[in-house]
Design a protein. Structure first.
Ligand SMILES: Cc1ncc(COP(=O)(O)O)c(C=O)c1O
Length: 502
């Protein structure tokens, strides 16, 4: 017998499976809606009946399989190879193409794919002691994360405020003897525009430097849009000089989260991506990706999703999404006070306010109040604040409802007027430097903004119902202060719950 009074209890007593699941469901009820076409970020919903159940069943089959050792679990190796082969074919590689030797790896997401592209480029040049990468300002933040993690310097090339693209000549000028990688996007996440990939790859090749195309977001849709007749420029392995491409299957391949593919033009390009270690008494470690133990669940779910949807499925979903994008863009054009940041050329609709337009952050709150969850983007380097809509196939049946709600939200935002930061917050943020941010200042700011929940905010969750004040404050701060503030605010939210005696 175990004497519980002596050993104590770390955890509450176990509950029935139904109770545990009910708890998960209760917690989930407070989330943004992952399905139904009203959330324009974070989720990719094709609205294909039965697809979620199929993916969940495949996930369950392989959840406990460990990708650590492909010889122990050949099922996973076979599925990974099939996913890489599929991605290679979608992106212009494989037998009978100009890039027949494409190889790749399955990673956990776009960020991991980009970190590994940078690692492979860095480790291909051990003789370069202070490596650097060149990226457009519109490149995904994951490149900055890669540079930070891998101690690689980041050379950022501005994008034109008109085209939202970098000038290839400026990219060329940024290449130095220590540059190991030049990157571009197809398309960029923020505005959904495709960079001049052919020109950028050409300047990289001329300098003898690798060129990575970040197609994490659009790599699965752009090729299908091209087949539907859209004017999609070449951005894949058909472009000379492109050495690696990333594409996220958990975005427009509509797989559940946790799967991206990093492709290299050939095995030599991929080789420095691996990490192998035999200098310890345990098993010899050989990892193509960052994680060592990896669940087979996401990979099996992605495999089943791809097999089920097939080529015709993705073509149809791209067509449905294209029509939804066109409808949403029309809705934006029809409202006075808004303008598109760029004519849509992928699956993003991004708009900003004209000079006499509404306060965008108030508009975002008004849209939320009407059940439309959009993503505000802060002003940056001459680019105005904007509203981002990631459009997926599930949005199509909703498009007709969006226009009237957008018009009503704009009218309401006009009526409410712009957010004004309370004087003490405005002067604080004006004077504040990241270094001067003490825990007391952070707590005071968070309370002033209604962050962190609690009775005084009136909000059900950790965030206030209206975010315009928070966004206005962040927008007024330079990037380094934004970063510090967000780290501190999220730190306030990430606190352990200790059970009954919280
Ligand atoms: C262009 C691009 N690259 C990289 C990423 C990072 O992907 P993840 O969030 O899967 O790490 C994203 C995510 O939206 C993206 O749009």
């Amino acid at each position: 017998m175990i004497d519980e009074s002596r050993v104590g209890a770390f955890l509450p007593p176990g509950v029935g499976a139904d109770v545990a699941l009910a708890e998960v469901r209760r917690l989930r009820a407070g989330d943004r809606p992952t399905h139904g076409g009203r959330l324009f970020a974070y989720v990719y919903d094709p609205a294909v009946p039965g697809l979620d159940d199929l993916a969940a069943a495949a996930y369950r089959e392989s959840a406990h399989v460990n990708g650590l050792d492909p010889t122990a679990f050949p099922s996973l190796l076979a599925m990974e190879n099939a996913l890489v082969g599929a991605a290679g074919r979608v992106l212009g590689g494989g037998p009978g193409t100009t890039a027949p030797d494409v190889v790749g790896s399955v990673t956990s997401g776009g960020t991991e794919s980009l970190i590994l592209a940078v690692k492979a480029a860095r480790d291909a040049h051990p003789e370069i002691t202070a490596p650097r990468i060149v990226v457009p300002a519109s490149a995904h933040a994951a490149f900055a994360k890669a540079a930070h993690y891998l101690r690689v310097a980041l050379d950022v090339v501005p994008v034109s405020v008109d085209t939202l693209r970098p000038d290839p000549a400026a990219m060329a000028a940024a290449i130095r003897p220590e540059t190991v990688l030049v990157a571009c996007s197809a398309p960029s996440y923020a505005h959904g525009v495709v960079d001049p990939v052919a020109e950028i790859a050409a300047v990289a090749a001329a300098a003898g430097v690798r060129c990575h195309v970040d197609a994490c977001f659009g790599g699965w849709t752009l090729p299908y849009l091209r087949r539907l007749g859209e004017p999609v420029p070449a951005f894949d392995f058909t472009v000379p000089g492109v050495t690696s491409i990333s594409v996220d299957l958990h975005k427009y391949a509509y797989a559940p989260k946790g799967v991206s593919v990093l492709l290299h033009r050939d095995a030599a390009g991929r080789a420095p991506q691996y990490f192998a270690y035999a200098d310890w008494p345990g098993y010899t470690m050989i990892n193509p990706v960052i994680a060592s133990t990896r669940s087979g669940g996401p990979i099996a779910a992605a495999y089943a999703t791809l097999r089920h949807l097939g080529d015709a499925g993705y073509l149809r979903l791209a067509a449905v999404t294209r029509d939804a994008v066109a409808g949403l863009a029309d809705a934006v054009r029809a409202v006075d006070g808004l303008r598109l940041m760029a004519e849509p050329e992928s699956t993003v609709v991004c708009f900003t306010a004209t000079e006499d337009g509404p306060d965008l952050f108030v508009l975002v709150d008004e849209l939320t109040a009407r059940g439309w969850h959009t993503q505000p983007q802060l002003s940056y380097a001459g680019l105005p604040a904007s509203v981002h809509l990631t459009v997926t196939a599930s949005v199509a049946p909703r498009v007709a409802e969006f226009g009237p709600d957008l018009a009503a939200a704009v009218a309401a935002a006009h009526a409410a007027g712009p957010v004004r930061l309370p004087a003490e917050l405005a002067s604080l943020v004006g004077a504040l430097t990241p270094e001067a941010l003490t825990p007391e200042v952070v707590v005071g700011l968070a309370a002033g903004l209604g962050l962190g929940g609690g009775a005084d905010t009136g909000a059900a969750g950790p965030l206030p119902d209206r975010m315009a004040l928070v966004n206005t404050l962040l927008d007024a701060a330079p990037p380094a202060l934004r970063e510090r503030l967000l780290v501190e605010f999220v730190g306030l939210l990430q606190r352990p719950t200790w059970g009954s005696d919280d």
